[in-house]
Design a protein around this ligand. Structure first.
Ligand code: SAH
Length: 385
């Protein structure tokens, strides 16, 4: 494969590994996993991406006025609030990038000033675009510093003329001095206010704020690996811990007796419940709360589970979670992690408590960045305590 190197590679900082050919990146990632997890079992080769470009289905651009009246849009340089102008990015969805450039070119004609973080003047702060990989549906979120957005309806009409592929437009108001892109209030300007996409045969609703994996091609491979590891036969009770919008649990629901999902973020839980209805899933329940506390309560109430999927954030699981996992004593644990360091720490606790690692498989979810994702299968040695 010919290698493409981005001209903004050093300035932007988003792709830490763009200087290496993709095959070398994969080797490096596999080695990181091997260094940390080899002591638990054999690390299988990493699954790379066939076309490791333009995979990001969610694109965010910051807007900034220049002194001479021009407006730039792009990404914040890593760790700063300096905007690096980006018109097209090798990782981002190309339709999303084109829409952002069009919006920038329309601002002057509609007399819409870009927001200036230093003076607090201006209107348009960010544009967020999400695109359904399978469905092709496109959401555009205009993030405004003020509730009043000049001639917004004419602006949206003109934008839809240029990009008929857009299926919904949202105005989000973020008046705060914050690092968060989206503010609390939003108004649907066009379409249904969300997009849908299909992942592993299930349809998921994606709203402006909800979390959704950003690389759908590799997510199918990741979840597919997790399902293979889980070895479900249709009767098992499955826990999906740290379930987000319920993706793993809902994908597992066809092959399980019962699915129980737990997640801290209330909006995500609401999406998970909607998603189970949308797919006619009747054997899944989703709960809002801390995964550790939920597992402890389940164990105390005499609950059981056959298979535990766990997909914690970078910090890994809490000691309470790991203790209650050992008490619940599922036959198999499938641990998906975006941080092999905390995963190694948690595997040490679980293997000490009676589990053995049976398979370790890294999957490259974020080509050209230094992030690694790893799925680990464990099973219980001996009888339930
Ligand atoms: N499994 C999902 C999401 C994984 S991201 C997917 O594949 O899409 C990790 C999730 O853990 C986030 O949704 C985050 O809100 C949630 N989370 C973080 N800390 C948590 C805790 N203590 N208890 C439960 N969920 C938590």
């Amino acid at each position: 494969m010919s290698e493409t190197v981005c001209t903004l590679y050093k300035k932007c900082g988003g792709c830490q590994m763009m200087n290496l050919p993709y095959a070398e990146q994969l080797k490096w990632k596999e080695k990181q996993v091997r260094i940390l997890l080899d002591r638990f079992g054999k690390v299988s080769p990493i699954i790379g991406m066939e076309h490791p470009y333009h995979y990001r289905n969610k694109v965010q651009a910051a807007f900034k006025p220049l002194r001479d009246g021009r407006v730039i849009s792009g990404v914040y340089q890593s760790g700063t609030h300096r905007v690096v102008p980006v018109d097209s990015c090798l990782l981002e969805d190309e339709t999303a990038d084109a829409i952002i450039v069009t919006i920038r070119s329309m601002l002057r004609g509609f007399k819409i000033p870009a927001y200036d973080e230093d003076s607090g003047r201006g209107v348009l702060r960010h544009v967020l675009v999400k695109r359904g990989f399978q469905s092709g549906e496109v959401m555009v979120v205009l993030v405004s510093a003020k509730p009043a957005f000049p001639s917004v309806h004419n602006f949206v009409r003109a934008l839809l003329d240029k990009h008929p592929e857009i299926t919904t437009v949202i105005l989000n108001v973020n008046p705060y001095a914050t690092n968060l892109v989206l503010g609390p209030n939003e108004r649907v300007l066009y379409g249904k206010g969300y997009i849908e996409d299909t992942l592993c045969g299930k349809v998921f609703r994606i709203s402006a704020k909800s979390f959704y994996q950003i690389n759908p091609v590799q997510t199918e491979i990741l979840y597919g690996t997790a399902m293979d590891f889980a070895g479900l036969t249709g009767t098992e009770t499955v826990i999906d811990a740290y379930c987000g919008i319920g993706t793993i649990g809902l994908v597992a629901s066809d092959r399980a007796g019962k699915v129980i999902g737990v997640e801290l973020n209330r909006d995500a839980v609401r999406d998970a419940i909607e998603n189970s209805k949308r797919n006619g899933v009747r054997n899944a329940r989703f709960y809002c709360g801390d995964a550790g506390e939920f597992m402890t309560a389940t164990a105390e109430n005499g609950g059981t589970a056959d298979v535990l999927f766990m997909d914690p954030p970078r910090a890994g699981s809490s000691p309470e979670f790991l203790r209650s996992a050992l008490r619940l004593a599922p036959q198999r644990i499938v641990y998906i992690s975006c941080n092999p360091e905390t995963q190694a720490r948690d595997l040490a606790a679980l293997t000490k408590g009676g589990y053995k690692v049976r398979a370790i498989r890294p999957v490259d979810m974020f080509p050209h960045t230094n992030h690694v994702e790893t799925v680990v299968l464990m099973s219980r040695v001996g009888e339930r305590p």
